[in-house]
Write a protein that binds this ligand. Structure first.
Ligand code: MSP
Length: 493
């Protein structure tokens, strides 16, 4: 049986994670939770890209061996990701033996098919980007070095036509369209063979080239193969998952859109099914990164806005493909403005009215007449529910999904205000509205689970359900007493 497979990039463990890393994983996590909510089988891979010069240098700076360094950072990444309720099926580490064996098997396959040959290279190399530069940089620095070395090449030039045909036939492979155009631009400029090894005497921190212990694999080849090693390539089981949907940031598009599918085609494996390319989180117009010192403390953020609050903000505020500003005022607008004032507060008002008028006991559904005057809210809720299916297939719909949630909670508030629920004198009528809104609230909370899992769980437990599941969606609410109110989000200050 085919299992839908989504991957995130694997991160360089040269420093602690930041919000950009959390974001890539969040898109995948939201998708996986949506798929599971829809009863589908889904698989998510993520992890660390532990080889290469950048990581070796970071370890040296900290006074550790590369292995000690990556072991420590792997634990740290996992603990931060867990704090934001990010989940996965496999945590890849490229220093694991299984990954190494998989990468070597992939290399051998490329070699067998005649796509790898030995040659020499001389040119400028960027250590930060782990990449040779096409021309001499205007300014030299410690990160840009001249190199002359014996190396292995990958015959990319021989695959130019195949790659072009693939993208012409499968324009939907790259999301959004602007990135697709960029990919076609790369191809139209012509594709040259590229270097896929490094001499071991220069860089020992890598996977050995099979059959030549004087070279290690180029870290990007090693890293890209993680998408296969995560699903047990070369063992046949990988075919149950492949092809994958890859989530990545715009800075690593060329590696994923050109090198990777070309290597896959060369190894007789179908290219990935989709690349979802997101933009950057910016702090005052500069890309957030640990090295530039503009990253925001993830513990502090969580403390202030809760994991679910930040998850909601990240998905709401970035339209996939565009860059977005990471500013406190925008977080406040999302967490206080939407979640506290429109979502949590309405629920607390409902509970207050149920307490006041009905002794904290929600009236029985069978005794109530149907509310007919909130048709627009019902329509929006139905549209939102329909979108869950789309999200469970297409992670790139997360941002639209949150917009629909916001439409629903705004309309729920409008309706509540318009009908002045708190002032209705007729007890039967008021009870009917209270039930209606409480039920809408429960449904919205189930549907928002992929984005805000902790909140959804809390709400469902409050209503007496063990877990968040679509099987509870149409189940009438029990008429038990409502006592301990959920905490929700801090009210607008
Ligand atoms: N190790 C490679 C990826 C190999 S995947 C086979 C790498 N690692 S990275 O740690 O530098 O970056 C990983 C991902 O984080 C990239 O997709 C990158 O775009 C993303 N981000 C890093 N900083 C970011 C922001 N400020 N905003 C959003 N995402 C950004 O590249």
């Amino acid at each position: 049986m085919k299992i839908k497979y989504v991957s995130t990039p694997i991160y360089y463990p040269n420093s602690v994670p930041h919000i950009g890393h959390i974001y890539s994983n969040l898109i995948a996590d939201v998708w996986k939770r949506a798929a599971v909510l829809m009863g589908k089988k889904a698989f998510l891979s993520t992890g660390l890209d532990e080889h290469g010069q950048k990581v070796a240098q970071a370890a040296q700076r900290c006074g550790y061996s590369p292995k000690e360094h990556v072991d420590y950072l792997s634990g740290l990444f996992i603990s931060f990701f867990r704090k934001y309720n990010l989940d996965w099926d496999v945590w890849v580490r490229t220093t694991n033996d299984a990954h190494k064996a998989s990468a070597q098997a992939f290399w051998k396959k490329l070699e067998e098919k005649g796509f790898i040959y030995k040659g020499n290279y001389s040119g400028w190399y960027s250590i930060t980007d782990e990449n040779y530069l096409s021309q001499k940089p205007e300014e030299e620095n410690d990160n840009i070095v001249w190199r002359e070395e014996e190396c292995y090449y990958f015959k990319l030039s021989a695959l130019e036509d195949k790659l072009k045909t693939f993208y012409e036939k499968n324009a939907d492979t790259v999301f959004p369209k602007t990135r697709y155009n960029e990919v076609m631009g790369f191809i139209n400029k012509g594709l040259a063979d590229f270097v896929v090894s490094r001499p071991k005497d220069r860089l020992h921190w890598g996977i050995e080239v099979p059959g030549d212990e004087s070279h290690v694999m180029y870290v990007w080849v090693d890293a890209l193969v993680n998408y296969l090693s995560a699903i047990d390539y070369p063992n046949d089981g990988y075919k149950n998952y492949w092809p994958a949907v890859h989530i990545l940031g715009k800075d690593i598009l060329k590696f994923h859109a050109i090198y990777w599918p070309a290597m896959l085609i060369a190894a007789d494996i179908a290219p990935m099914s989709k690349l979802i390319v997101h933009g950057w989180w910016l702090n005052d117009d500069a890309k957030i990164s640990k090295s530039s010192g503009n990253a925001i403390d993830l513990d502090e953020l969580k403390e202030k806005y809760q994991a679910d609050g930040i998850r909601y903000f990240l998905i709401k505020h970035m339209s996939i493909g565009e860059d977005a500003q990471f500013k406190e005022e925008f977080i406040k607008a999302a967490v206080h403005g939407d979640l506290a004032n429109k979502y949590g507060n309405l629920f607390l008002r409902l509970l207050g009215l149920i307490e006041l008028g009905f002794g904290s006991r929600l009236p029985e559904l069978s005794a109530l007449k149907k509310v007919e005057s909130c048709k627009n809210l019902e329509k929006l809720l139905e549209e939102f529910k329909q979108m869950l299916e789309g999200l469970s297939e297409n992670p790139e719909l997360a941002n639209e999904y949150v917009s629909k949630f916001l439409e629903c909670i705004s309309e729920m508030n409008n309706c509540f205000q318009e009908h002045k629920i708190w002032a209705i004198q007729d007890k039967h009528e008021q009870a009917a509205y209270l039930y209606f809104f409480t039920d809408v609230f429960k449904k919205l909370s189930i549907l928002i689970y992929p984005i805000m899992p902790e909140t959804a769980n809390e709400v469902m437990q409050f209503f007496g359900f063990k877990e968040v599941s679509m099987k509870h969606y149409d189940v009438p609410l029990g008429s038990g007493f409502f006592n301990d109110k959920p905490k929700f989000f801090p009210k607008n200050k």
